[in-house]
Design a protein around this ligand. Structure first.
Ligand code: SF4
Length: 320
């Protein structure tokens, strides 16, 4: 059996914001009781509309966002209760790749210094060891030695994403969280970066959490997919299961918008917009937009039903 690298239990993330000119306070319920396992060596994708909570979930897993409650076990240890030393160790093993590589690179630093920095902060390696690691990771991500002496503004978006990926790799992490890693890039460059991530996963035996709204990226890269709606996982299964036999009405609607991936021609148009996470619907959170909504859906939250060892769905249509 494949070991779980990450085990998330009942994770809740909320934050407060001010709204409008009167600055009325409201609570954003971004992640609402997510439980999820990420197996060592897999690429697990989280998909859903913008605002569904997928990026907040990723940021909470890497401790860039505080969780209100729940548990996030990494190699059996809850990161929410780690002390400073344990957290420092965790941060070397888990790295994040962001959507916009430019904002994650210091414009005043040469690339070589950007890549050296995590090693200088987190290890006591001598300079020649550090430079050896930097050169190896630069080469593996397709950067030339000459490129290392340049600054971020001298590169294209695709090259900058390669730099950000090399920086994420220098500490030899086990786990990479990639938040929309290709959505800011030109379509012509996206395939190169997707293939690079796939190669690096094999070369360095990495585990990936991939956050994306792009179902074609998921179909190509991911081993499993979790569909998120208003802070909940509404369906999870292997990529094959979800693309060939989606069950949740929301998953079906998401996939119907990319007929070239599923072979199904009829697009399901969702009613209305995504409700505000500050004002969650009662019952099943999808009921305000679901064409199959029943009376029970409006008041009773839907529970998760296991359809196979790997496939589960949260919908009253499948409750026994
Ligand atoms: Fe639709 Fe009801 Fe299923 Fe929710 S529980 S997805 S409203 S059928």
């Amino acid at each position: 059996m494949v070991e779980n690298l990450v085990k998330i239990k009942n994770l809740v993330v909320e934050y407060n914001t001010s709204k409008g000119i009167l600055g009325k306070k409201e609570t954003i319920h971004a992640v609402n009781g997510v439980s999820l396992d990420i197996k060592r060596g897999e690429i697990l994708a989280i998909a859903g509309e913008s605002g569904c909570g997928k990026s907040t979930l990723a940021r909470a897993i890497i401790k860039l966002e505080d969780a209100k409650s729940g548990e996030i076990d990494f190699e059996g240890k809850n990161i929410l209760t780690m002390d400073k030393k344990e957290l420092k160790n965790f941060r070397t093993k888990a790295q994040m790749i962001f959507q916009n590589p430019y904002s994650s690179l210091n414009p005043k630093m040469k690339i070589i210094d950007t890549l050296r920095e995590p090693l200088k902060i987190n290890t006591d390696y001598k300079n020649d060891i550090i430079d050896g690691i930097v050169l190896e990771k630069a080469e593996k991500t397709g950067l030339t030695a000459e490129a290392l002496n340049r600054f971020p503004h001298e590169f294209s978006g695709g090259q900058r994403q390669r730099i950000a990926i090399a920086r994420a790799l220098v500490l030899n992490p086990e786990f990479i969280l990639a938040d929309e890693p290709v959505s800011a890039l030109d379509v012509s460059i996206q395939a190169q970066i997707i293939n690079l991530l796939k190669d690096l996963k094999e070369t360095f035996n990495l585990t990936f959490l991939l956050i994306t709204h792009d179902m074609s990226v998921i179909k190509y890269l991911a081993d499993r997919v979790a569909i998120m709606y208003l802070g909940e996982i509404v369906e999870i299964g292997t990529t094959e299961e979800l693309f060939s036999a989606p069950k949740h009405p929301y998953t079906k609607a998401l996939l119907s918008s990319v007929p070239q991936l599923t072979g199904k021609k009829e697009e399901i148009i969702l009613q209305g917009d995504l409700p505000s996470p500050a004002n969650l619907p009662t019952g099943c959170k999808f009921h305000t937009r679901c064409q199959y909504c029943m009376d029970i859906c409006k008041t009773v939250p839907s529970e998760s039903t296991q359809l196979s060892d790997t496939h589960s769905v949260r919908c009253h249509l499948y409750n026994k």
